[in-house]
Write a protein that binds this ligand. Structure first.
Ligand SMILES: NC(=O)c1ccc[n+]([C@@H]2O[C@H](COP(=O)([O-])OP(=O)(O)OC[C@H]3O[C@@H](n4cnc5c(N)ncnc54)[C@H](O)[C@@H]3O)[C@@H](O)[C@H]2O)c1
Length: 508
């Protein structure tokens, strides 16, 4: 059997860095080199302050960095020396041309494929770790075939990553499954066996599943679509709860106890964020349209539409509760990362809620325990968020390093990320600092257990759904319903006119 002794990972991001650190940690006899074009990122991986925050990651990196784990910008040498090359670069949603706003941009994958074929010699296994549309491996293979040389033998595998940010190290050490897809030929099966042997250092064989390449690529997109769909499903029910007085937590518990449904991913919230769910569902939608499956495409498009609706609904609620105007009002926004235990803000719901509040002229005082000020300002200054007016960010946004400072003289406190520390804040102290009536909008329902004490302190508490009576005077609430109905209709209309059909732009 071919034995993998040296691994190169192209892309030192949220996936490449943790994945290869865990491989190096678990396989001391394999040398792992993670490379990236981004020099400052590599410098940070080689320093005491890693470029990403993940619980337990620092310990893993420090256990093997300099021994069998290396971070480098010398991409060509690392590819040349490797038996196996992971492609772990970003595959963002396209922002230009055909498929703009929906298709995955594969230009970084293509650049890697061209680099690999140019500098390689002999036998190598090239493995897609990035999330890609189905049949991307075929495009990689065609680039290899068109540029091959007599000494070269490159096998292409698909090995999508299922880690979740915030629990990446645990997910990598104890994965639910490892999925490896490859050719059904003898050569393909040999490559699959070699990669299986790497994971078998710590993953039980029963959890390593092998499939054909296309099933593997599609499984990753489908897994993210199913997860996002659950969030949108429970969020849609939360809107119904709000209109009827049912409690979505109680409904979620009741339906989640059905073993066929299960209890995970049934928490109503201000919507999903992160670099993957939206991007991958949009990619799936685009793929379906390109394959002339419009009914399937519009089914999955609804998952995205519901997420946007939920964010907008939450922002509308805040505005309505604050007597239909937030212009010039100070609002403390706690949490900016897309979920707890990560500093990643990509597609965070906080960005969109901030946008809607800024559109109304609110003054935002933002606190997050892990996100840097520069990142928050950068995210809010993007043209689609700042409405092409980045100056409004300096006028309206202050980033604080202390949650209590953020609440000083605030009309409302808005929780956008479920950081554990928000459960332990001194709310009596916060109440004294805030203007009255003091509103709390708990977009992640982290304060459910404190609901009664918070009301005793004097807060007007509004959770993600239900309980509107405690925070919202009836007259304002009914107005809110009218506005929401309108914005939903407007949203549907926008989605309708967006649906044009185009072929999927592969990168050749
Ligand atoms: N972030 C997640 O939770 C997660 C989970 C599973 C899968 N994925 C998928 O994994 C892939 C990577 O995601 P990420 O979050 O790590 O992205 P990222 O943006 O954090 O990292 C990608 C890195 O690749 C580097 N890069 C791009 N082109 C390069 C090139 N030609 N040569 C060398 N380096 C290059 C970039 O500089 C960047 O540092 C994506 O396809 C994503 O969908 C992400």
């Amino acid at each position: 059997m071919f034995q993998i002794k040296r691994i190169c990972c192209i892309g030192a991001g949220y996936v490449g860095g943790p994945t290869c650190s865990v491989i190096a940690h678990m396989c001391p006899e394999i040398t792992v080199t993670v490379v990236d074009v981004n020099e400052s990122r590599i410098k940070a991986w080689n320093s005491d302050t890693l470029p990403i925050y993940e619980p337990g990651l620092k310990e893993v990196v420090e256990s093997c960095r300099g021994r069998n784990l290396f971070f480098s910008t010398d991409i060509d040498s690392a590819i040349r020396d490797a038996d196996l090359v992971f492609i772990s670069v970003n595959t963002p949603t396209k922002t230009y041309g055909m498929g703009k706003g929906r298709a995955a941009d594969l230009k970084f994958i293509e650049a890697c494929a061209r680099r690999i074929v140019e500098v390689s010699d002999g036998y190598k296994i090239v493995t897609e770790k990035s999330t890609v549309p189905v049949r991307a491996a075929e495009s990689i293979r065609r680039i290899f075939d068109a540029n091959t040389k007599p000494s070269l033998n490159l096998q292409v595998l698909s090995n999508p990553e299922f880690l979740a940010e915030g629990t990446a190290v645990r997910d990598l050490k104890e994965p639910d499954r490892v999925l490896i897809g490859g050719d059904e030929t003898a050569e393909g099966q040999r490559a699959i066996r070699a990669l299986c042997a790497v994971y078998e250092h710590w993953v039980p064989q029963a959890r390593i599943i092998t499939t054909n390449t296309w099933s593997s690529e599609l499984s990753k997109l489908a897994a993210n679509a199913f997860l996002a769909q659950r969030i949108s499903s429970i969020n849609s029910i939360s809107a119904l709860c709000e209109a009827t007085g049912a409690d979505v937590e109680e409904v979620a518990k009741a339906i989640g106890m059905d073993q066929r449904i299960g209890s995970k991913f049934l928490k109503a919230s201000v919507g999903f964020g992160g670099s993957c769910f939206q991007k991958d569902v949009l990619n799936l939608v685009y793929l379906c349209e390109a394959l002339n499956l419009p009914e399937v495409a519009s089914y999955w498009q609804q998952v995205i539409d519901m997420n946007e609706y939920q964010r907008r609904r939450f922002a509308c609620r805040i505005i309505d509760c604050l007597f239909n105007t937030v212009t010039g009002k100070k609002i403390a926004l706690l949490g900016f990362s897309f979920k707890k235990d990560t500093g990643d803000t990509r597609e965070s719901s906080s960005i969109y809620i901030s946008k809607y509040l800024m559109d109304e002229g609110a003054k935002l005082f933002i606190y997050d325990p892990k996100v840097l000020k520069e990142q928050i300002i950068h995210d809010l200054s993007q043209p689609n968020i700042s409405e092409d007016n980045p100056e409004r960010v300096s006028e309206l946004v202050t980033v604080t390093s202390d949650p209590y400072e953020a609440c000083q003289s605030a009309h409302a406190l808005v929780i956008c990320t479920e950081w554990d520390m928000f459960k332990e804040l001194d709310y009596e102290k916060i109440y004294k600092k805030m203007l009255k009536p003091a509103f709390i909008f708990d977009g992640r329902r982290v304060l459910d257990h404190l609901h009664a004490p918070l009301q005793d302190i004097g807060f007007q508490v509004s959770r993600q759904e239900a309980d509107h009576t405690s925070a919202v005077p009836n007259v304002i609430f009914s107005r809110s319903k009218i506005r929401l109905r309108f914005s939903n209709a407007a949203l549907n209309f926008c989605c309708h006119i967006k649906k044009e059909k185009k072929m999927y732009p592969q990168f050749e």
